[in-house]
Design a binder for this molecule. Sequence first.
Ligand code: URA
Length: 209
Amino acid sequence: MSQVHLIDHPLVQHKLTLMRRKEASTNSFRRMLGELSTLMAYEITRDMPLQDIEIETPMETMTGKVIDGKKLVLVSILRAGNGFLDGMLNVVPGARIGHIGLYRDPETLQPVEYYFKMPSEMAERDIIVVDPMLATGNSAAAAVARLKQMNPKSIKFMCLLAAPEGIATMQKAHPDVPIYTAAIDRELDSHGYILPGLGDAGDRIFGTK
Ligand code: URA
């Protein structure tokens, strides 16, 4: 069973509540998402492996610690996942970025990939897949399945809000992938929107409604 990590830091919870409000403008929604992404990135990278290196301070030689291994990859599920990237890059500025685009086939209701672009050497990298809303979980599960074909070192999934349905989908399909979220909401409505939620994350980030 994949672990669900609820990021319940007071600043995260405070900003999330302000973002959910229907009065939040595109400007403030975006700004708060940026701030939240930075805070969440700090939490999700807590267990990154370190290696010792020898350095010289102005005083003497010492052994310091730096992040080990190849650069992390942030994989954005288009389009709302892009809203997480700038804030996360504040704490991992060297991270590589991948994009995956999926749409739902109206007949089969299954996710179909229309875009996929990843950095090189994925097999040697840790991946954080980002999408603000874990609703049905179908896109997240499909994205993770596609990424697993590249044999990465590890995969984590990060969202802002998770519905119980989405968590169940991910836990069934990918019990090895931990989920990091700022809230677990009540349920999905009949259109697959999260309740109480925050509406359409893409529209709110990009001001398209
Ligand atoms: N995607 C969104 O943007 N909002 C939801 O509530 C569910 C999926």
